[in-house]
Design a protein around this ligand. Structure first.
Ligand code: FES
Length: 163
């Protein structure tokens, strides 16, 4: 997996260090530090985990264990706009597979990959809780799109590209 360039991201590492310093000598800070690191870097690459291991004096294996246990931590970079395509049963029977294919084709990526401009990543997910609107796509945390057809996909992408 490609990591971050730690030298180029020194500013971000300093920000993380400042946060760690505010927590010093408190027990059980690992989860908080990992949350902060993910907020700063967007994900948790090897270099950041090694840095945290050094700073907290913990074995990297322990940190990897925690990161892989909780699914809210990500080991892969994500796009500015995460496009979640529901492949739950209700959406699937209404053609969600074709919606997914169209997003991948339009953006030129594989599932979980980030577009070259860093704007989008596409994530197949389970039921988003909006089955009556199937097939459903969620962009970011709030923008739901329902009853989609593959032809709606370019319009959705354009909306975010144009900001
Ligand atoms: S199955 Fe897609 S929202 Fe429920």
């Amino acid at each position: 997996m490609a990591g971050i360039d730690v030298v180029a991201d020194k500013g971000k590492l300093s920000k993380l260090d400042e946060y760690i310093d505010t927590l010093k000598n408190k027990d059980g800070i690992l989860i908080n530090v990992l949350h902060k690191a993910q907020e700063i870097f967007g994900y948790l690459p090897d270099e950041v985990i090694d840095h945290i291991a050094d700073r907290l004096n913990l074995p990297p294996s322990k940190i990897f264990g925690v990161v892989t246990f909780y699914n809210f931590f990500s080991r892969k970079p994500k796009g500015k706009y995460q496009v979640k395509i529901c492949l739950g049963t209700a959406c699937y029977v209404k053609g969600a597979g074709k919606i997914l294919e169209r997003f991948l084709e339009e953006l030129g990526v594989q599932p979980e990959e980030v577009t070259q401009d860093g704007l989008f990543s596409v994530h197949p997910v389970r039921c988003l809780g909006a089955c009556s609107m199937a097939p459903v796509v969620l962009v970011g945390e709030r923008d739901f799109y329902g009853r989609l057809t593959p032809n709606d996909v370019p319009t959705i992408i354009k909306k975010y590209r144009e900001g």
